[in-house]
Design a protein around this ligand. Structure first.
Ligand code: FEO
Length: 399
């Protein structure tokens, strides 16, 4: 049964989606599923660009068989060895034993680490090298750490198609719409694209900037990532977003409030701050760290200029879920942000100082000394210091 789609003359999307998987990488919630994209080029020589995850292997193999129509498959281009794109590689090779694997030297090392030595033909390619398929040619662009060291992209010269591996991908299944202009792009897709970028590729901003620099020199008409929609109409929007994300520049001047509260007292302080900032026409988003997966919080930190962390003091330290968020911020190296701290404690409030100290290793990060400290609950006697905290924060955001 046909389950592929021609995306331009003789170039096909041959991927599929998993709607049953709950955690991508066994870590990130994917309520809208995930797609594993693969592409087929039919020319004088035929080529498959990356394979797929185990979960959709059968439909993928069917797709390739249907498109090769029992003829040979000449090349399998391996852009990325992470198993969500390489689980079907050996099975594809078993159907097409004469196909040549096109990869770089680092890919070969990873291939052998996962699968052992292979009898298959291997064509090793380097940065800038081209593979002629007939009417079409692929030019390979090394993109180490976007998001593994072996990653390479493939630029199809005739139609200006960038096969971009994990770059420009997103969480979310392909559910009929395959191009950006067919989907409800502005309502939800960009959020999931940001969350995917921030959590999967976010640590590697410098390497993504190098890819963007290379992209500037190419005439790109279409981007075909390994996850999510094919980008055609939204290219300038997405390239602009990627420029900001890779540079760790906030998209929104505003306040992101994340609170850790056990009995609603710290929550009340967080809501009060949100309410007052909103009255000042400052864009505010607010989350409870305990019931929001950290991947969504990381995504929101990529978006906002100012982050207010409000935490109850717990066992003399930071509330564990807040501590986990802070460790993730550091691991993903989200710089160029301003942090404000609110603490609560009934006998020895210490979480603000501890949160601030935890983030001191971050470069190009402002950690405000304007700390708001509460004892047990927000009271009338706290209002002066609360208003002072909000005034300084407001001036900072508007400044
Ligand atoms: Fe979608 Fe890095 O694998």
């Amino acid at each position: 049964m046909q389950n592929f789609r021609e995306i331009t003359s003789n170039v096909y999307w041959i991927g599929g989606s998993d709607k049953r998987l709950s955690l991508f990488e066994n870590l990130f919630p994917i309520p809208r599923g995930v797609s594993y994209n693969s592409y087929f080029i039919s020319d004088e020589k035929s080529a498959v660009i990356d394979t797929v995850d185990e979960s959709i292997k059968d439909i993928f193999i069917e797709n390739v068989k249907e498109l090769t129509k029992k003829k040979t498959l000449d090349y399998i281009v391996v852009q990325h060895m992470e198993p969500d794109h390489s689980s079907a590689l050996l099975e594809l090779l078993s159907h097409y034993p004469n196909a040549t694997l096109v990869m770089n030297a680092k890919t070969q090392t990873l291939f052998e680490q996962f699968f052992g030595k292979t009898e298959s033909k291997i064509k090793l390619v380097a940065d800038g090298e081209t593979l002629n398929l007939g009417k079409r040619s692929l030019k390979f662009i090394m993109a180490p750490m976007v998001h593994w060291p072996e990653v390479m992209l493939s630029y199809e010269i005739t139609d200006g198609i960038l096969f971009s591996a994990d770059a420009f991908g997103s969480f979310g299944a392909i559910e009929g719409a395959i191009f950006d202009y067919e989907a409800d792009f502005d309502c939800g897709y960009i959020q999931e694209m940001r969350r995917y970028y921030a959590n999967i590729v976010g640590k590697y901003g410098a390497q993504v900037l190098k890819v963007l620099k290379t992209a500037e020199s190419l005439d790109i008409k279409m981007i075909c990532p390994l996850h999510g929609l094919i980008l055609k109409d939204k290219l300038s929007l997405i390239l602009d977003k990627y420029g900001k994300w890779a540079s760790y520049l906030p998209e929104e001047k505003g306040a992101l409030i994340i609170y850790a509260s056990m009995y609603n007292h710290t929550k009340k302080v967080a809501f009060k701050i949100a309410d007052e900032l909103n009255k000042q026409n400052i864009k505010v988003n607010l989350y409870d760290v305990s019931n929001t997966d950290v991947s969504y919080l990381i995504s929101e930190i990529f978006k906002f200029s100012h982050v207010i962390l409000a935490s109850v003091t717990y066992n003399g330290g930071i509330y564990p879920k807040m501590q986990n968020l802070i460790e993730d911020i550091k691991a993903l190296n989200i710089v160029n942000r301003t942090f404000y701290f609110v603490e609560n404690g009934s006998w020895a409030p210490a979480s603000a100082r501890l949160m601030k100290t935890s983030l001191e290793t971050m470069k190009n990060t402002v950690l405000s000394d304007n700390i708001l400290s509460i004892r047990s609950s927000l009271k009338e006697t706290d209002m002066d210091k609360l208003n002072n905290f909000i005034d300084l924060l407001t001036k900072d955001i508007n400044g």
